[in-house]
Structure formats: structure tokens, C-alpha cells
Design a protein around this ligand. Structure first.
Ligand code: DER
Length: 235
């Protein structure tokens, strides 16, 4: 992956977009963590903000940093008996594993189901990456969260689509990675993905698929940090 300097530049620059009263989606991963820490420092300095975490890890880090948290249902939809729609999420800041022309592959941290909920619900979704994530065409494996019993049937259907599904095993636990939602992840290698939108649709309809890591047409801007601490704003 990229350098900390590049990740820090992207994350801290995006954190400057947060204003008093902002409801901000807090992303998962090491780059988004720089944004969360920067927002935490601004909360210490008096910033009035509410965070919506995209994972267990993001929630724990936000609490460590003193960022007041609300949950997605607190700020979306019309609660029964509520007089109006929730406050909504003004801005989401999140990382990515690969970026091509504003489309993303996410899910390296197996948090993409909740990330997509929060990132898509936000009025403005800013992706924070280092240069190593940017490419011409998406070609990384696509993480797919599946109901545990569906891991085989989804692998079969992924093969029909020309892909190869590999169950994501854990490092310091026997057996597979288990998501915050209690599901499993299969990483699906398709090689070059020339039509991410078509593949996203094909994956979404497979029985047993909870969420996949193709974020097509969701990002509003991509902040690309470099080792010199500069940030390129794209797409
Ligand atoms: O899981 C994700 O989608 C994360 O955003 C993640 O993959 C990016 O992690 P990084 O910023 O540590 O590279």
C-alpha cells in the first residue's frame, strides 16, 4: 500500500470539510483513520459534529477520539411519530482499495456492507486514498459479503460469470473472516473489469449475496494524497 504521509495528507485534508453541525460518515481503514483522528482533534477544539461509524473498528476509533456518535437510523428515514426526515448525513469520508474513473473497489477491511450504506446515504462522499490505489481500469478482486451457507452457491455463480471466488480466511483466528454482520466474505477475481456497473448488477442479484465491494457512481470526489503531503482532487 501507499505511504503514511500520503494517506495522512488525503485523510487530514478531507477532515477540513467538516463544519459545525455536520453529520459525518466515518470510514474504515488506515487512510480514513487519519480523517477520524483529525476530526477528533477538532472536536477537542470545540467542533460540534456527529459521526456515523461504518464499522466496529471505526466506531471504536471514533470513541477513542471523542467524536459523538449517532447510528444510521437516527439520521435517515422518517421515524414513527417523528415529525420529519432525519438530519441526513452531510459528508462521508472513506477509503478504497482501488479507484478508476471515480468507481471504487472497497472491502479490504470486510466492512463494505455498512460502508456502502453510509457512503451512499451521504449528500457528499469523499474518498481518501494514496496514489497506489489509483488505476486506469478496476482489476482487483471484488470482496463479496455472503450469508455463511451461501459461500458455495455464490462461488458457483461467480464462476459462471467468469470469476474465481476465494473464501477470505482470518489471520489470527482459525477459519474464515466473519464480518460485523456475522457473514463471510468471498474475494472474487474477475481480472480487468471493463463494465463495473454491469458486474455490480450481476453480483447484487445473486441469492445469498449481502453486499459487494463495487461502488459505482457513488463517490463525489477522490482525494489522492502523495508522499510530499500534497492532495490531488479528482472526479
Ligand atoms: O475496507 C475498505 O473498503 C477500506 O476503505 C479499506 O479497504 C481501505 O483501507 P486502507 O485505507 O487502509 O488502504
Amino acid at each position: 500500500g501507499g505511504t503514511d504521509a500520503a494517506k495522512r495528507a488525503a485523510g487530514e485534508t478531507a477532515a477540513e470539510l467538516v463544519d459545525d453541525g455536520t453529520v459525518v460518515g466515518l470510514g474504515t481503514g488506515s487512510t480514513a483513520a487519519f480523517a477520524i483522528r483529525a476530526i477528533g482533534r477538532r472536536v477537542d477544539a470545540g467542533l460540534d459534529v456527529r459521526g456515523v461509524a461504518t464499522s466496529f473498528a471505526a466506531r471504536e476509533l471514533a470513541r477513542e477520539c471523542g467524536i459523538p456518535l449517532v447510528e444510521l437510523p437516527d439520521v435517515t428515514g422518517v421515524e414513527p411519530g417523528d415529525c420529519g426526515v432525519g438530519a441526513g448525513i452531510d459528508l462521508a469520508i472513506d477509503g478504497a482499495d482501488q479507484v478508476a474513473d471515480g468507481d471504487l473497489i472497497k472491502g479490504g477491511g470486510a466492512a463494505h456492507a455498512r460502508e456502502k450504506l453510509v457512503d451512499d446515504a451521504a449528500d457528499r462522499f469523499v474518498v481518501v486514498v494514496d496514489r497506489s490505489k489509483v488505476t486506469e481500469t478496476l482489476d482487483d478482486p471484488v470482496p463479496v459479503e455472503v450469508l455463511p451457507d451461501a459461500r458455495g452457491s455464490v462461488a458457483d455463480r461467480v464462476a459462471d460469470l467468469g470469476g474465481e471466488a476465494t473464501l477470505r480466511t482470518a489471520d489470527r483466528k482459525d477459519g474464515p473472516v466473519v464480518t460485523d454482520n456475522g457473514n463471510l466474505v468471498v474475494d472474487c477475481a474477475f481480472g480487468r473489469i471493463d463494465d463495473p456497473d454491469a458486474l455490480a448488477t450481476r453480483l447484487s442479484v445473486l441469492p445469498g449475496v449481502v453486499e459487494h465491494g463495487l461502488f459505482v457512481g457513488i463517490a463525489d470526489e477522490v482525494y489522492v494524497g502523495d508522499d510530499g503531503g500534497d492532495v490531488d482532487v479528482r472526479w
